[in-house]
Design a protein around this ligand. Sequence first.
Ligand SMILES: Nc1ncnc2c1ncn2[C@@H]1O[C@H](COP(=O)(O)OP(=O)(O)OP(=O)(O)O)[C@@H](O)[C@H]1O
Ligand SMILES: [Mg+2]
Length: 357
Amino acid sequence: MSIFLQRPCESREELFDRDDELEMAVKAIRNDIWLSILGLRMSGKTSLAKVAANMLSSEGYDSIYVNLMGVRGVRDAAERILSSIPRGLLERIRELKGFLEALGVAVTGMRFEVKLKTSTSSTKVLEKLFLELSRRRKLIVILDEVQEIKGGVNHFLAMLSRLRASTKELIFIFTGSAIGMMRTLLLPSPRNPLYGRTPVKIELKPWSRKLAISYLEHGLSKCNVKYSDEELEEAVSTLGTLPGWLSFYGLRRCLGMPHEKALKEAREQAVGIARKELENLLKNREEWAKKVLRMLTYGSKWTEMLTEANVSTRSLSNLLQTLKSLYLVTEEKGVYTITDPVYRQATLTMKIENHAL
Ligand SMILES: Nc1ncnc2c1ncn2[C@@H]1O[C@H](COP(=O)(O)OP(=O)(O)OP(=O)(O)O)[C@@H](O)[C@H]1O
Ligand SMILES: [Mg+2]
């Protein structure tokens, strides 16, 4: 059986390492503390949230998982949340249909599709529903990729603040990048509607090289694949130490693919994903941002980037701040670097106009 999955981990057995982070998450939930889980793409944010919630199901917690990827405004998000509530959970509300319809939710079809009526306030519906659902059993709500909610953020935050104040039976786990709404949620200032009860932050760092190697060793032995130390060293040098990229390689080896082919395919797939991320980030930014990214691949100082890119300190600072919030760039002794080798390779595949680097 392969431990390399093409989906987030669900159970404790599927999650390699991350003991401290998991313990912290579970403890926080048991103590009615809300959580935010942050980290680079493929670091295992969704996995950690799901495993923690599933571990607590035997202690009387229900959970709802909502993937907010691609939602625009709060209304969109509300519909996504409504549609993600397991039918079994909803059916615990007596007179379900009437309850929802009174809230302005149209319930249609056999597949139980929910749609908000146009005159309905989406946050009011969610608030009432969450309160109702958490009345008999404690409820964990995982809002994954919460930074995607852009329009109507203030209404959404105000709803969270009211829920925080009115019940202890409802725990939210937010995952995503520290930008947009997530950034506001983490602000240690009165501007944060959850001020004083700011979600506890868990950061998922890339693994150490040693841990990354033992993850591969563990997984490859489980599916009886023969490997050499050199192969694993090469895999980690190419793919870095994020669980997601490594699992691309591991699962191919477990299917019987030889080392070179598995690594080539894993690398191509990973670089493709990273490149899309970077392209999204560069959207609406000028060519100089690409130059800066390229310099960050090799490690660069602030003044060097400023001279080369020829932009205002504000624009450069803004870009670097975003890259840091996404955990893409780290700063050490004044040198900024893209640390993940997959992102470094992705940067190098991007063409830069009129540039000799
Ligand atoms: N600790 C872990 N042990 C084993 N596999 C893991 C671990 N963490 C993540 N993975 C694997 O890595 C991949 C990515 O994990 P996951 O989707 O949880 O990451 P993520 O940070 O939510 O990524 P994204 O930013 O793309 O949403 C999945 O295939 C998952 O099975
Ligand atoms: Mg995820």
